[in-house]
Design a protein around this ligand. Sequence first.
Ligand SMILES: C[S@@+](CC[C@H](N)C(=O)[O-])C[C@H]1O[C@@H](n2cnc3c(N)ncnc32)[C@H](O)[C@@H]1O
Length: 442
Amino acid sequence: MKEQFLDRMKRYLGDEYEAYEQTLQEGMYRGIRINPCKSDIEEIKALSLCEMTPSKICSDSFYIPEDVAHLGNHPAHLAGLFYMQEPSASSAVEVLDVQAGDWVLDLCAAPGGKSTQIGAKLHHTGFLVSNEIDAKRAVILMSNMERMGFGECMITNTRPEILCEEMMGCFDKVLVDAPCSGEGMFKKHSKAMDDWSEEHVCACATRQQLILDSAYEALKQDGIMVYSTCTYSMEENEETVYAFLEKHPDMELIDAGVNFGRVGFPYKNLDHTLVRRILPMDQGEGHFIAKMKKHGPQQSVKLKKLTNDGLPSFVNDFLSNQLNEALPYHIVLYDKVYLKNTPFIKLKKTRILRQGILAGEIIKNRIEPHQHFYTASLLQNRYQHIYDMSEDECHAFLEGNQLSVSGYKGFIALSWHHHPIGFGKGDGMVIKNKYPKGMRIR
Ligand SMILES: C[S@@+](CC[C@H](N)C(=O)[O-])C[C@H]1O[C@@H](n2cnc3c(N)ncnc32)[C@H](O)[C@@H]1O
């Protein structure tokens, strides 16, 4: 560990420094968070995946032993029943206190730990915009949102200032889980430690101010903003919040409203008792969370809603053949068919990777369904053609093999323990494998 970093930690922690130093010799906390849109605690426990210890931070989060292997390839994970997330990483969304019907912006969202948690809390109500500035990471975010089954959302890949200007004053809740110097992750990512320097900490703090200024624009009057990091430095935490509040006097730092973690470090006249810190001594990996309310006034842009496109008859036939109940909204964009429960919105400057559920792609005069159509939790009870695979069949399917199952013709949802995990196409004799090649297990 860099001496300069440890000296700073000594200054921050005083008498507790030794306890912190001790945690550096220990392993990382690991955990899983159950997806209530697809499963519940009883079901996951009954799978006996591993030892699961409840966390005090989030009722869906559990600590798991550090040495548990291969959970990522477990069918329950691939079907989106749970997300691998260390419990303290769920703290910021708990503070955000998402309510059904909220419009929520997750401005720095990849790989999607917090967006999938927000999606679960919204439970198909409201609207979630998950933005990631980095194109490659945005694709990972999209695949995690897809696996977990969310559709009442939009995945964007844009600079915060562009998105927040286009959606000015639209959101009840905004989460800024900011890029930071990652001091809380040094045990996990040694690269974060190699990159560490006081200059880097200050550069992160400058960037955080810019992101917060954009986030401010997107927040409604009376809306709630949560700012979080996974770093210890005061420059990126208390000092960032202080500078932001100085610049935006209509923002008020309010009580985080939770009883996990501990108060922040004292800084000027910031009420540090209102912010939360989770340190490794608190069964976490170094998180900071501040909750703020916007008193406004704040104008909101009026978003343009799209009307339903006329669908080609073969798409209508496909949808009525596959689903026993349709979703009310659909659009076709670049030959891709999307479905949604509420109207699609139109943005001009923001790069939208996906809005709604991607049902499939029109190729010549037919539709090739997409994996998202079969993982979307809103559709889970609507498939008219579904085959529940045995453990062996599911394993073979996830490896990319066809199923020797006769009697089915056409596209069919394939489930594990009655949870759709993908799809195939029957020819009466076998079901051909349509599990995306890049997702197959080897
Ligand atoms: C701490 S991570 C987010 C983790 C995510 N919220 C989760 O729970 O999975 C911060 C993200 O901010 C992104 N980022 C980097 N620079 C940014 C910028 N200038 N504006 C917005 N986001 C940025 C990074 O690519 C990274 O994905």
